[in-house]
Design a protein around this ligand. Structure first.
Ligand SMILES: Cc1ncc(COP(=O)(O)O)c(C=O)c1O
Length: 400
């Protein structure tokens, strides 16, 4: 009997999915476990897709994506970051952020190579490393006070002769942590010194609450890196434009990696859907007003959740809720919690509130739960109320 390849057997299941599958078999669940809002894609983007279909964007496109979309992405970097990119050689449109991550990792790692991954993190990065027959070495973000940081000593200690890449996510899913300018510089210096690819997941860069003005993006690592640096940025339309189901993203990379990712795209997906690419072009050109409204709402939601959990602090004995500066997640740490999956399962069964267990996010994630606060208030408010009551009923969490 032929068996499945060991490399795919080794790819772990997503524990967010595992919890979600239990939740989906139940009625009336307040769903805060996935990383998306329940807002539909804005009308102006949907209309752009319909126009594109009518205009004949139903055929194959270039493997790197429509030149018009790549030019729009380059223009976006010029406007938001004052970074000049060559749309023909440094930008590749992909069929989602996760595909950008996957193809970038595939281009950078040989079987047996090692990648350093800052965690807790969305599990798809480490899983993509496993799918490339390589090994993810997870290095947890330490929590000092109520801010996460980077343990550079631990990073140094984790480097081996096989290390080829360092992956970090800023703003972070699930932490909401945003790398400071100094942390970015140190990551870049570290990668240069050890001859590593630096892979920056910046899909949440527009969801930032600590800029000079709401709507300012988190400064991209591309502002610090030269175009000859071994730096790759992955990005997506999913989060900023409520386009999770459309499957369009992009990567920016040194020319050699961008060229190889373009070629590999042919064999993986060929390209992102043609009409969805056109809709993405419109999102970049016309999306600022809608984005500003969404950011106002997300910031209010974040504060609502912080207030609700701040109130539970005493009763839940040792609930630490780091204040997130970006993305749309809270990642409260519950002192004494040793089985976040069991916690989320019981919370779900007893209160119909669905959260993602911290254990799903790799090293450093156990002991916390992830709350996605992108939902409407009509969902968030009762969910927070039930969560707080549940924590009060189970002081110290009690899930050992
Ligand atoms: C950190 C991070 N990167 C990338 C993605 C990929 O998004 P998509 O594949 O929908 O573009 C996600 C989605 O949850 C994410 O959280």
């Amino acid at each position: 009997m032929p068996r499945l390849a060991r490399s795919v057997e080794n790819v772990p299941h997503s524990r967010i999915r595992e919890l979600a599958e239990i939740a989906m078999s139940m009625d009336g669940v307040l769903r805060l476990y996935f990383g998306e809002s329940n807002l539909p894609t804005p009308g102006y983007i949907k209309r752009a897709a319909i126009r594109a279909l009518e205009d004949g964007y139903t055929f194959y496109t270039e493997n790197a994506g429509l030149p018009t979309l790549r030019r729009a992405i380059a223009e976006n970097y010029r406007r938001l970051h004052a970074v000049e990119l060559d749309p023909a050689g440094e930008i590749v449109v992909t069929a989602s952020g996760v595909q950008a991550l996957n193809v970038a990792i595939r281009c950078a790692l040989d079987p047996g190579d090692e990648a350093l991954v800052l965690t807790p993190a969305w599990p798809n990065g480490s899983s993509s490393v496993a799918m490339a027959n390589a090994v993810a070495r997870q290095v947890p973000h330490p929590l000092a006070g109520d801010r996460y940081g980077i343990d550079f000593d631990a990073l140094e200690a984790a480097v081996t002769p096989l290390t080829r890449l360092l992956l970090y996510t800023s703003p972070s899913n699930p932490l909401g942590w945003v790398a400071t300018a100094e942390e970015q510089q140190r990551l870049l210096d570290f990668a240069r010194r050890h001859g590593l690819w630096l892979l920056a997941d910046e899909v949440y860069d527009r969801l930032y609450y600590a800029g000079a003005r709401l709507g300012d993006p988190v400064p991209s690592i591309l502002r610090k890196a030269s175009r000859d640096d071994a730096v790759v940025v992955v990005h997506s339309f999913s989060k900023s434009y409520c386009m999770t189901g459309w499957r369009v993203g992009w990567l920016v990379a040194r020319r050699d990696l961008a060229a190889k990712a373009t070629q590999l795209n042919e064999f993986i997906i060929s390209h992102a859907p043609s009409f969805a690419q056109k809709a993405g072009e419109t999102a970049l050109a016309e999306g600022e007003d809608e984005l500003a409204r969404m950011l106002e709402r997300l910031k209010e939601n974040r504060d609502l959740c912080l207030d609700a959990l701040g109130g539970a602090r005493g009763a839940a004995r040792g609930l630490t809720v780091p204040r997130p500066d970006g993305a749309f997640y809270l990642f409260p740490r519950i002192e004494g919690l040793e089985d976040s999956f069991a916690f989320c399962r019981r919370l779900l069964e007893e209160t119909r509130v669905g959260l993602a267990p911290g254990v799903a996010f790799g090293a450093g994630g156990e002991g916390s739960v992830r709350i996605c606060y992108a939902a409407e208030r009509a969902i968030l408010e009762p969910a927070m109320e039930r969560l707080v009551k549940f924590l009060q009923k189970n002081p110290g969490a009690g899930f050992h």
